[in-house]
Design a protein around this ligand. Structure first.
Ligand code: C5P
Length: 233
């Protein structure tokens, strides 16, 4: 898989809305992210439908359960032929190893597997007060990324602003997939720690996940092409 790509977060609640949106892309077929909302609304068939249209797919279901359950769930997901999927690193190294086992097909191939470290919605204060994690949020993110690497995963989801420290700790080859991206002249919306596609490229993100700056744009294809120009080319 080529390094650096833009993944469009297809945060829609129905197949109709999603396919109407994807119909606009008559040139190159973007890499798309299918999250819980669309997957729970439409089931696995939506993955097969979008795959059959020639898109690469990041299935963002963030699995987090006991190792045996995650392994079995992953052995179902591997048949959907997605290109990337994920788990919570908080499930421990054993759980992440079980996820890889479940995800690996009989011929030895598997989708890329990445881990969520700390959700960007979790502040350091809440992590310390509610979860009783005494370390700093940055140390926690780096430790979770190191655990993911130890378990054999391909990378982590993190804020673009955290990508550099993850690369420092885990090496350049360890992938960072980063949401929270906005155009320099665009709306920030509810995201807090944001950066531009150009800056994400400089910091060292491998994939940026972009939702509303593309899905809510007057011309989504032009917005996608702009992201590709600024980040991937
Ligand atoms: O619309 P926007 O560009 O903010 O969408 C970002 C996407 O990335 C959404 O699907 C959101 O759920 C996801 N995401 C995120 N922050 C994380 C993990 C995932 O924004 N830490």
């Amino acid at each position: 898989m080529s390094k650096r790509d833009v993944i469009i977060a297809c945060d829609f609640s129905s197949k109709e809305q999603t396919l109407t949106f994807l119909d606009k892309f008559t040139g190159r077929k973007p890499f798309v992210k299918i999250g819980m909302e669309l997957f729970y609304a439409e089931g696995p068939e939506i993955v097969r439908t979008i795959k059959a249209r020639g898109h690469r797919i990041f299935l963002d279901l963030k699995l987090h359960d006991i190792p045996n359950t995650v392994k079995k769930a992953m052995s179902v997901l591997r048949n959907l032929d997605v290109d990337m999927t994920n788990v919570h690193a908080a499930g421990t190294v054993d759980m992440m190893r079980a996820a890889i086992e479940g995800l690996t097909r009989e011929d030895g191939t598997r989708p890329l597997l990445i881990a969520v470290t700390q959700l960007t919605s979790t502040s350091e204060e809440r992590m310390q007060k509610e979860l009783l994690i005494g370390a700093s949020i940055n140390d926690t993110i780096v430790k979770y990324a190191e655990n993911a690497k130890l378990a054999g995963l391909d990378g982590v989801v993190c804020s673009p602003l955290e990508a550099a420290m993850v690369k420092d700790a885990c090496g350049k080859e360890f992938m960072t997939v980063t949401p929270g991206v906005r155009f320099a002249d665009g709306d920030v919306g509810d995201q807090v720690r944001v950066t531009t596609p150009e800056r994400a490229k400089e910091i060292g993100s491998d994939f940026i996940v972009v939702g509303r700056p593309i899905t809510a744009a007057a011309d989504p294809v032009a917005a996608y092409e702009r992201c590709m120009r600024e980040f991937a080319e």
